[in-house]
Ligand binder design. Structure first.
Ligand code: FAD
Length: 197
């Protein structure tokens, strides 16, 4: 089922204005997860999920407008709006159709928190310096490595993990593996798409 809000420009601005007004009225919430639920109902958590996967079909401009308007009331709440973009974008650009269907249809329903794990102690701006390894083991990937600054990682339902599948050349052999978040600290889950290049 599609999100209730389908983002088209004039209408989208009204929706975001409504979101802002509604947010002001609800700022007594006690948990950020309440904001996630609220924004999910408004289509803001899943703003970039295409209509074909049940999303509101937004884009970067709308995500920026939403954050800017909400930030006028609460920068903290604005950082939650559209946060799933960092998970949705790699899937749209590099994911298999099977992965997109599997994850985007869930995110489209709202109320889902995702994260992206790129940075490591020795690899910040230079993503090609990451050391985390993804080793294929039958139908699974075994991840070994250390990540840091994974925003929302402790509450995320799903995390995209950037990992290395081969040693050379340095800028190749990087894979993006969408994973159930529990797998970040537990046994590896089966990959949902074809092996990375
Ligand atoms: C609030 C916050 C949330 C974050 N959330 C996440 C997250 O969810 N997931 C994640 O993976 N990471 C996250 N990060 C990490 C972030 O994305 C950056 O990768 C990280 O902050 C940069 O790494 P560093 O601090 O080691 O800086 P460095 O890479 O060491 O860079 C230090 C300085 O040197 C400059 N610099 C670096 N390389 C060059 C170059 N070649 N030429 C010129 N200048 C250069 C940089 O611009 C910077 O000013 C987060 C960071 C912050 C602060």
């Amino acid at each position: 089922m599609r999100s209730t809000l389908l983002f088209e420009f004039p209408y989208a601005i009204d929706v975001i204005d409504f979101a802002l007004a509604d947010l002001v009225g609800r700022l007594t919430v006690t948990s950020p997860l309440e904001i996630v639920k609220l924004f999910g109902e408004m289509g803001l958590m899943q703003i970039w999920v295409p209509e074909q996967y049940g999303g509101p079909n937004g884009n970067l401009t709308l995500a920026c407008i939403a954050r800017e308007k909400i930030a006028k009331v609460s920068p903290a709440c604005a950082s939650i709006a559209c946060l799933n973009t960092m998970f949705i974008m790699p899937l749209l650009h590099f994911g298999s159709e099977e992965q997109r269907k599997k994850f985007l249809q869930i995110i489209a329903k709202g109320g889902v928190v995702t994260a992206i794990a790129i940075s490591e102690p020795q690899a910040g701006s230079d993503v090609s310096a990451i050391n985390t390894r993804a080793r294929r083991d039958g139908n699974c990937y075994v991840l070994n490595g250390r990540k840091q600054w994974c925003s929302y990682g402790v509450v995320a339902d799903f995390i995209v993990v950037m990992a290395r599948t081969s040693d050379s050349p340095p800028r190749h052999g990087l894979a993006r593996l969408p994973r159930p978040a529990a797998a970040a600290t537990g046994p590896a889950a089966p990959p949902s798409g074809p092996p990375p290049p």
